[in-house]
Ligand binder design. Structure first.
Ligand SMILES: [Zn+2]
Length: 267
């Protein structure tokens, strides 16, 4: 009898009714980046089912260089295996979710951070950069980092959300959700495109006045996609650091209201 024993017993129940899920694109067309905190498990908080969405978790749910590397590979893999022929086909949306009461906030205290640096061997500056003292600030920084990364395919949408540990429920929603009709299921390579997908129109030039607020607009405003091999050569030396976060809204530019508001859940 170990601490793992009761969990293995739960697995017996799970396995008894298990149906394997074939390798394929995430059925929710989402990828979640969030904190490893056991109170913000996306399977519970967002009700994710097997096969719906990959989840990347680290301390704080921060967008680190390692996270960007994984996202770049996943986008490449998705495009190679499941991507459509059209340059505008979307692969998936990345939802970065930071949360209140994050344990990394303790790293904002110099004394605690110094002790943590000595215990882990990590630079104090890196630990300080990883702290989620105010998730409303860090979520914007991390979404911006994804949107400006040359490694990330422009076919990937990005949104940022803050989950409130105190309520567990979304009480704030930044902007409009992406209309489902605008994100049709991706056709398999060589497969006939479903008749329900409307014919594409030439993209309009994006200006400050007509700039759409949905996730697709974010991609049109991102720099042109570069071949993966070439982009990897441009990877900056040295890794950056981690931090943590779930919701349904794109964050593509600074929002003063977000920075000044209190903790909220933007699921
Ligand atoms: Zn956390």
């Amino acid at each position: 009898m170990t601490r793992m024993t009761p969990l293995l017993e739960r697995n017996e129940q799970f396995a008894s009714a298990y149906t394997p899920v074939a390798l394929g694109p995430p059925t929710a067309q989402m990828l979640i980046v969030t904190c490893l905190d056991h109170r913000v498990d996306p399977a519970i908080v967002l009700g994710l089912q097997l096969g719906e969405a990959p989840v990347i978790r680290n301390a704080g749910g921060r967008v680190t260089q390692a996270v960007i590397d994984d996202l770049a590979y996943l986008a490449f893999l998705a495009e190679q295996l499941f991507g459509g022929q059209d340059a505008d086909d979307r692969l998936f949306e990345i939802a970065v979710v930071h949360h209140t009461q994050c344990g990394t906030s303790l790293l904002a205290d110099p004394s605690f951070r110094h002790q943590a640096a000595e215990a882990t061997g990590l630079p104090e500056a890196a630990l300080e950069a990883s702290a989620v003292a105010d998730p409303n600030i860090t979520i914007k920084a991390d979404v911006d980092r994804l949107l400006t990364s040359p490694l990330l395919s422009p076919k990937v949408s990005v949104s940022g959300h803050v989950y409130d540990i105190a309520t567990g429920a979304p009480h704030h929603h930044r902007g409009r959700p992406v209309p489902i009709a605008a994100k049709p299921a991706l056709p398999r390579r060589g497969a006939a495109r479903p008749a329900a997908i409307p014919a594409r129109r030439p993209p309009r030039p994006i200006t400050r006045r007509n700039r759409p607020e949905d996730s697709h607009a974010i991609h049109r405003n991102r720099r042109p996609h570069q071949p993966v091999r070439h982009r990897l050569e441009q990877r900056p030396a040295g890794g950056v650091h981690p931090l943590l976060g779930i919701a349904a809204r794109p964050v593509d530019r600074p929002d003063p209201a977000l920075a000044s508001a209190g903790p909220r859940c933007v699921l």
